[in-house]
Design a protein around this ligand. Structure first.
Ligand code: NAG
Ligand code: NAG
Ligand code: NAG
Ligand code: NAG
Ligand code: NAG
Ligand code: NAG
Ligand code: NAG
Ligand code: NAG
Ligand code: NAG
Length: 680
């Protein structure tokens, strides 16, 4: 291995360490207090009672360029600007990032991302089209790359997107309207999982839903891209072009069941993994040391401090629950109202291959009882696979046998197909099983999948081919190459996080052990086993390049927290089985409560009024059930979502176009498990 290039050029000014962060926060608060005092002494000012941590505007200081003044507001640790397409964090090699950033402020409110008007604000400021409307604010936060080494001045620059529910304060001439800044009393910090899921994208897509769901629209919602992810810098991609990654993916995604010689296939995939880890080293040097969950938890604490809130409020999902558990253990006195939904047990990350084999309990249950069982229950009107065969009604055992026959047939020979968009193509066992695994994350995709499998069974592979092609590649041959090429995907980031967390698990070199694990995992779970195995196998080569990742958390998870956390675990979760949530609860004891959410899919997306009620009371009021465990049941059944509410069959048919439904599903999947969802 050659000498590592310096992965992150040193920016100026030097980063804030945690202590400097405190000092800066104190300075900010002091400045705000002084400003507030100043305002109080001025007659006619309406902003006198702004509480600490809220920004206060005064026209004298502000550029009249926009009715809302000038952004970023001085000393705002997030440097927030109203989001526009230009508000991506400035590059790390920029010597004057704050100046570069400030120049990206677009003063025209018509270019900003406002939420829809809210009914309850009707009339208060009718002359202002943006009054009372939430707004998306974009910013960044610089954090130390290595919190454990004060002499390392490199930083990570985290991309931040905040949905501010009550919009912006307006600065009108004549001081008719001077408002205290519109920050809410608490901010719900969100993280969708992965590792590798983008919190900023999650905020764009779900922030308005999340603030309604958990706080009746009262609290702001903040998402961040964890270090290495998406718009945060440095971003981790180990291939220079997505097409280069795709070039190998057919070889490296072959399943155990169709591998011919599993040993030969393992040698090939393992060799490719060695090449990928080497490439990560060549492109990013020692960056791989600084991606583990322990450091991500410290970043989260920096976010809380920058928010100026005494305790963290959050909704963390999937792998995000691993960040949350680690955070709670490292910063027990900062824990406010934290929901961990789709709960993993982060201790499992410490085991060799643990992120993979501890996840397998229930994906096949979701297929058997859910995808097939609920299909039969819903009947042929709602599930294509329930249509009578040869004049006979469909039974569950009959349907199971049919699907076994279909999968066995694909394993022995793929089905040929033609698409105008891709030309000749194949429906393969490996690609179809990986898509089925993805579908188990979200029961709203099941109608489309049932339609696809039904047509495939009847000898028409067109829809199946279309379905598989939507997630076959990272490279999109139809995306325009100019003016700016799309940067390569950060796919490898997830592997580096998982591998950093398990770096000291013994016995990682033993290829025979991995071969045995592969067989065991696919035997235990034909849907999830292969995908999960390939996610952890690269760790065999991690310590070759990064033998000592920094800041990995190895302590207990049972610390006494300022407030108990609320865990939600699902009975049919294909990625974070209930068993893991229960094991976590066992360790956390009275520092946690668990909702056992009886429903399908990954995290509590199978909506239950009971879960919603408990979660809202917790986020809004801090109240929790007395019992350690509470059972909640999903309100509706798969295949029948919204059926009762729908007036006509025509409306129903319109919402169920299978390929569109599938694309919607893939968009959601990209947050929870980006590795299950190539293609953009
Ligand atoms: C909102 O304003 C419109 C007139 O602009 C009025 O007709 C309507 O009743 C108002 N709605 C509410 C909820 O106040
Ligand atoms: C700490 O950072 C300095 C400066 O980059 C570096 O020379 C030193 O090796 C680092 N120490 C450790 C233990 O990583
Ligand atoms: C949030 O989204 C979910 C899933 O799409 C939906 O069931 C729920 O009704 C939404 N909640 C709110 C408050 O908008
Ligand atoms: C990542 O960031 C870019 C901006 O560079 C954004 O357009 C994109 O939607 C983000 N999310 C994902 C999942 O790529
Ligand atoms: C999930 O898997 C566990 C085994 O770990 C099993 O006991 C449980 O019944 C499964 N859940 C469902 C809903 O099938
Ligand atoms: C095959 O399926 C596609 C997609 O559902 C459909 O458009 C096409 O008409 C079908 N072809 C035949 C011959 O049935
Ligand atoms: C796979 O299963 C066999 C039989 O239960 C067991 O002996 C072996 O240790 C397992 N291998 C791994 C890597 O867990
Ligand atoms: C946490 O659990 C460990 C055993 O794993 C025990 O030794 C320790 O006392 C516990 N700590 C607290 C605060 O309960
Ligand atoms: C929060 O507490 C208030 C006052 O006790 C109560 O009126 C309200 O219903 C509670 N909200 C929720 C969501 O439980």
């Amino acid at each position: 291995m050659g000498k590592a290039p310096d992965p992150v050029r040193q920016p100026r000014p030097p980063p804030r360490g945690p202590r400097r962060g405190w000092i800066l926060t104190a300075v900010v608060l002091l400045a705000l207090a002084l400003l507030a005092a100043l305002l109080q002494s001025r007659p006619g000012s309406g902003a006198a009672s702004a509480p600490a941590g809220h920004f206060v505007y005064y026209p004298d200081q502000l550029d009249k360029g926009s009715p809302y003044g000038k952004f970023p507001i001085p000393k705002d640790p997030f440097h927030f600007l109203p989001c526009t397409p230009a508000t991506l964090p400035p590059p790390l090699d920029d010597d004057t990032p704050e100046r570069t950033w400030a120049a990206r402020f677009d003063p025209n409110p018509e270019h900003w991302s406002w939420a829809n008007p809210r009914d309850d604000e009707n009339g208060t400021m009718r002359e202002d089209p943006y009054a009372g409307r939430g707004i998306f604010m974009c910013g960044y936060l610089d954090v130390p790359l290595d919190y454990t080494n004060k002499s390392d001045t490199r930083i990570a620059r985290l991309a931040i997107t905040k949905f501010q529910v009550s919009g912006l304060a307006r600065v009108d001439d004549g001081a008719a309207h001077i408002y205290a800044g519109r920050k809410s009393e608490r901010t719900i910090v969100i993280e969708p999982g992965g590792p590798g899921g983008s919190g900023t994208s999650y905020a764009w897509r779900f922030a308005q839903n999340i603030t309604e769901r958990f706080s009746d629209g009262k609290f702001d919602v903040l998402g961040w891209d964890p270090r290495g992810v998406n718009a945060s810098l440095p971003a981790v991609a180990c291939f220079p072009h997505d097409a280069s990654r795709d070039h190998w993916s057919l070889l490296t995604s072959l399943h155990y069941a169709v591998a011919g010689s599993p040993r030969n296939q393992l040698e090939l995939v393992d060799a490719m993994n060695a090449a990928v880890m080497r490439a990560c080293w060549e492109r990013h040097g020692d960056l791989g040391r600084f991606l583990g969950t322990g450091l991500v938890a410290r970043d989260l604490e920096e976010i809380r401090i920058a928010l100026g809130e005494d305790e963290l409020t959050g909704y963390l999902v999937s792998y995000g629950t691993g960040i949350g558990q680690t955070y709670a253990a490292m910063f027990p006195n900062s824990v406010g109202r934290l929901i961990l939904d789709g709960t993993e047990y982060v201790r499992d990350h410490r085991l060799r291959g643990g992120f993979g084999w501890t996840a397998l309990d229930n994906a096949t249950d979701a297929w058997d009882d859910g995808f097939l069982g609920e299909c039969v229950n819903a009947g042929p009107e709602y599930c294509a696979l329930a249509k009578p065969k040869d004049g006979k009604p469909v039974t569950l055992s009959g349907l199971k046998t049919r699907m076994d026959v279909l999968m066995a047939s694909l394993a022995s020979r793929p089905v040929a197909a033609y698409l105008p968009s891709s030309g000749p193509t194949l429906v393969t066992y490996s690609a179809l099983v990986d898509s089925i695994y993805g579908a188990m994350y979200n029961a709203r995709s099941w109608r489309a999948l049932a339609q696809t499998l039904s047509e495939l069974e009847d000898g028409n592979a067109t829809l199946a081919a279309l379905t598989l092609e939507t997630s076959a590649w990272y490279y999109n041959p139809e995306a325009p190459c100019s003016p700016d090429p799309i940067p390569p995907s950060d796919y490898e980031l997830g592997n580096l996080v998982i591998c950093a967390d398990s770096y000291d698990a013994p016995g990682r070199d033993d290829l025979d052990w991995w071969l045995s694990l592969w067989g065991n995992m696919t035997t235990k779970n034909w849907i999830a086993g292969n995908s999960r195995f390939y996610t952890v196998l690269p760790c065999r080569h991690f310590t070759t390049y990064w033998p000592q990742p920094a800041g990995v958390y190895r302590g207990d998870l049972n610390h006494t927290l300022k407030h108990p956390v609320l865990l939600i675990a699902e009975t049919y979760d294909p990625a974070t089985p209930l068993r893991n949530g229960r094991r976590l609860l066992q360790e956390m004891g009275t520092n946690a409560r668990l909702i056992v959410h009886h429903g399908y899919g990954h995290s509590s997306r199978d909506t239950s009024a009971c879960t919603e009620r408990i979660a809202k009371a917790y986020i809004l009021n801090g109240t929790l059930p007395d019992e350690q465990e509470t059972d909640c049941y999903a309100d509706e059944k798969p295949y029948l979502y919204g059926v009762k509410k729908t007036v006509g069959a025509a409306v129903l048919a319109k919402t169920q176009e299978p390929l569109e439904a599938w694309k919607e599903h893939l968009a959601e999947l990209s947050f929870l498990d980006p590795r299950l969802r190539p293609g953009r």
